[in-house]
Design a protein around this ligand. Structure first.
Ligand SMILES: CC(C)(COP(=O)(O)OP(=O)(O)OC[C@H]1O[C@@H](n2cnc3c(N)ncnc32)[C@H](O)[C@@H]1OP(=O)(O)O)[C@@H](O)C(=O)NCCC(=O)NCCS
Length: 165
């Protein structure tokens, strides 16, 4: 991906339609906690009611949203050094550097501006692309949760991963 063609910016309320389409992609649903057939209205509300402790970035190519990354700071006052991460790239745009670019921007925000020292996430144990991407950016596996979520008819396990600064 030509870096000049990729724009990373804050998500805006008007992005809700694009975010619904992005999060309905089969591989995105499979790799996350998204539920198929989530309505535009649910996404519209998510986008306009976004809390202050959640920051959402989108990656755009020629104005179209092709990926999204988010960091949420827990409300518990003694976990203000923590960020919980999420990351998705549209199925048609995988393996073109967009996930790495989004994660890089999110890590810069977390390190240089939000002063977060522990970034954490969960990832399905069979999600090799995501695990490779996170390990490349300094995340380590902390443990495994068995039968953590239900996915397409079966229970699946996740790794807990974290990156410390
Ligand atoms: C995981 C995901 C975000 C990666 O995004 P991407 O834009 O395809 O990733 P990039 O092209 O930036 O790749 C960055 C690195 O990730 C790793 N990676 C990405 N896809 C990979 C694959 N299919 N196999 C192995 N490693 C892979 C590689 O280390 C790669 O670096 P390299 O290209 O120099 O080898 C994307 O596959 C996705 O959105 N999946 C569905 C949703 C999901 O699972 N999100 C993660 C939830 S925890």
């Amino acid at each position: 991906m030509d870096a000049g063609k990729l724009e990373i910016r804050s998500a805006e309320p008007d992005d809700f339609g694009a975010l619904q389409v992005l999060h309905a992609q089969p591989k995105v649903v499979y790799g996350t906690m998204q539920v198929p057939f989530t309505s535009r209205e649910v996404w519209r509300k998510r986008c306009i009611e976004r809390p202050e402790n959640m920051r959402v970035l989108v990656a755009c190519v020629q104005g179209g949203v092709v990926g999204c990354a988010a960091v949420t700071i827990p409300l518990a006052i003694r976990r203000r050094h923590v960020g919980e991460l999420g990351l998705v790239v549209h199925d048609a745009w995988h393996r073109r550097g967009i996930g790495a670019a989004l994660l890089g921007s999110l890590l810069d925000l977390a390190d240089q501006w939000l002063n977060l020292t522990r970034l954490e996430l969960t990832v399905y144990t069979d999600n090799a692309p995501a695990i490779a991407l996170y390990e490349k950016h300094g995340f380590v596996r902390e443990g495994k949760f068995d039968r953590y979520a239900f996915r397409n008819g079966e229970y699946v396990d996740v790794f807990a991963m974290a990156r410390f600064r």
